[in-house]
Design a protein around this ligand. Structure first.
Ligand code: MSP
Length: 535
């Protein structure tokens, strides 16, 4: 693994349009970035995690007008009341939150794009063709699909299933076509620069068809960043938005904190994006960077969609579910766990209340939660709440130790390829094995003999379980930050080893860390069972 120690590991989410409140599709990307951030931090790396909001463009402007307020009032309101609070709801520890209406962003965008114009990458022409407001994208005629239902007879966007607008206007254009060959060479030399494989293949075959130049400005409305050399135009929202990843860390600053931040952070290690916006990130964005002579992001990872009724969940199709609807019932940890465990990152997945409730009950309440309460209750009962000194381990105990070493190392490697599901599933299977081991060893029966040998055996079994839970708590901490702190407290990790977030995840596989004498604390149940009608 390339830990690139000198440089900060830089993770980003897309910046979200503030035409509406966040739904679980947005939360999904943000949680994935948060888990990655916490994981790398627990490897001892310096990490920077950026998320934010995309506030310009026609879509946001129209929504504000429909609500009878100015775009600025609209975005300020929605960011304050919905987009910032959702970060707390889903328990995200972003380091920065960029808003594209911020001065720091607008000035850097103007400077960077003026630089590209001066270098000959931007020219004036006129555009005529279809535009999808939902995507905020100029579309090719060949990408459109026939409308159905109320839109029958219209040509529609395949993602939004709504009619496109036909627009004709003067625009400034970016010479994207000039970069096709260099992009192909870049991706052929860096096969991990787009992931998963299906996304990589899509990008390469798209590039091989050749590229057309793209509009970099709009001239029929004014909600955007003014083009400095032609104030009748505002920058096209995607040219404004993509630059956020760089403006937020000081793009273009030649001295001071911005320049220092940029040098230690850029390029991004991973841009997490939904597959709908892959081409913007894997074609236009690197070309914009190449044009300015900047390093390219190490990876763009395109995840799948959360589907409802087989279609991309969205507010505009009235299928949006707010994160709080799920979190009010299951809690933020179970929310984070569920989406990353149940859906292969990169593939589409459907959310269902039944599946969520079943996994919560089986894997969290009856699995991990129950194991922790059984183990700590027995340490209380047989050893007065302190782990005994163990002088001998049996074969079954050593097998658990080996299983954990393999699980931990596989989970840590899975995170290098953003395979959240494999990492979490491996840990969950270890919890199952630990539960099975405890049941088979029957320490409660062994203890009935009350001999020293019997109690030594009981001590070895309970220490094995608590040691297993130590590893599990550390490795699940990035996924479930709250309940693993409670678990850490229960097994005595806090007093014996210090704060959980300071434990090294890349060393979590080392066995035998909890010392004899560690005091456990049987606490509240980690995942309370659901009351029937809540689920
Ligand atoms: N503003 C642009 C992105 C600019 S990035 C420089 C945009 N915004 S968006 O709000 O429409 O969507 C942003 C992201 O939200 C998607 O790429 C994806 O990461 C996430 N999702 C939105 N709906 C989703 C689902 N139904 N399922 C999974 N993720 C979804 O595009």
């Amino acid at each position: 693994m390339d830990t690139n120690r000198g440089k900060t590991y830089y993770v980003t989410t897309p910046i979200y349009y503030v035409n509406d409140a966040p739904h679980i599709g947005h939360a999904y990307t943000t949680v994935a970035g948060d888990v990655l951030t916490r994981w790398h931090r627990m490897r001892g790396e310096s990490v920077w995690y950026l998320t934010g909001t995309d506030e310009h463009g026609q879509k946001v402007m129209n929504t504000a007008a429909a609500n009878g307020v100015s775009p600025q009032v609209w975005v300020d309101q929605l960011v304050e009341q919905a987009w910032l609070p959702v970060l707390d709801t889903i328990d995200v520890v972003n380091d920065d939150f960029i808003r594209t209406t911020q001065e720091r962003h607008m000035v850097r965008v103007q400077n960077y794009l003026a630089g590209l114009k001066d270098a000959g990458h931007i020219y004036k022409d006129s555009y005529e063709g279809p535009y999808c407001l939902g995507c905020e994208a100029f579309m090719g005629e060949d990408e459109l699909v026939p409308g159905i239902g109320e839109f029958e007879g219209h040509l529609c966007c395949p993602t939004h299933s709504k009619p496109v607008e036909m627009i004709k206007e003067e625009n400034w254009f970016f010479r994207l076509a000039d970069f096709a060959e260099r992009l192909i060479a870049h991706y052929e030399a860096n096969p991990d620069a787009v992931a998963p494989r299906s996304a990589y293949n899509e990008v390469l075959s798209f590039l091989k068809m050749g590229l057309k130049d793209v509009s970099v400005s709009r001239s029929t409305f004014d909600w955007g960043i003014p083009v400095p050399w032609d104030p009748e135009h505002v920058f096209y929202v995607w040219f404004d938005a993509l630059l956020n990843y760089a403006t937020a860390v000081g793009l273009g600053d030649t001295d001071g904190a911005g320049a220092e931040k940029f040098a230690s952070t850029w390029p991004a290690d991973v841009h997490l994006v939904g597959k709908d916006i892959l081409r913007f990130h894997a074609v236009i964005w690197p070309a914009m960077l190449m044009a300015g002579g900047l390093a390219l992001p190490k990876q763009v990872f395109a995840h799948g969609w959360l589907l409802v009724g087989g279609e991309k969940m969205s507010k505009s199709k009235l299928t949006g579910i707010a994160p709080s609807q799920i979190i009010d019932v299951f809690g933020s940890d179970a929310f984070r766990y569920y989406f990353l465990r149940a859906i292969q990152f990169g593939a589409d997945g459907s959310f269902s209340w039944e599946d969520m409730a079943a996994r919560y009950n089986n894997e969290l309440a009856n699995g991990l939660g129950n194991l922790a309460s059984r183990a700590t209750a027995m340490v209380d009962r047989y050893f007065g709440g302190a782990l005994p000194q163990v002088s001998e381990y049996a074969e079954a105990d050593l097998q658990i130790a080996h299983l954990w070493q393999r699980t931990a190392s596989a989970a840590d490697s899975a995170m290098d390829t953003l395979d959240f599901s494999a990492a979490i599933t491996g840990i969950k299977e270890f919890v199952d094995a630990l539960n099975g081991y405890l049941t088979e060893q029957e320490p409660w029966k062994v203890a009935k003999a009350e001999t020293d040998a019997a109690m030594a055996r009981v001590g070895a079994v309970l220490t094995t379980v608590c040691e297993g839970l130590r590893g599990v708590a550390v490795m699940l901490h990035p996924v479930m930050p709250k309940s693993t702190v409670a678990l850490w407290q229960q097994i005595g990790g806090q007093t014996a080893l210090g704060a959980i977030e300071l434990q090294r995840i890349d060393q979590a596989g080392v066995w035998g860390v909890l010392p004899a004498g560690t005091t456990t604390n049987k606490g509240e149940s980690l995942f309370p069972r659901l009351v029937e009608d809540e689920a």
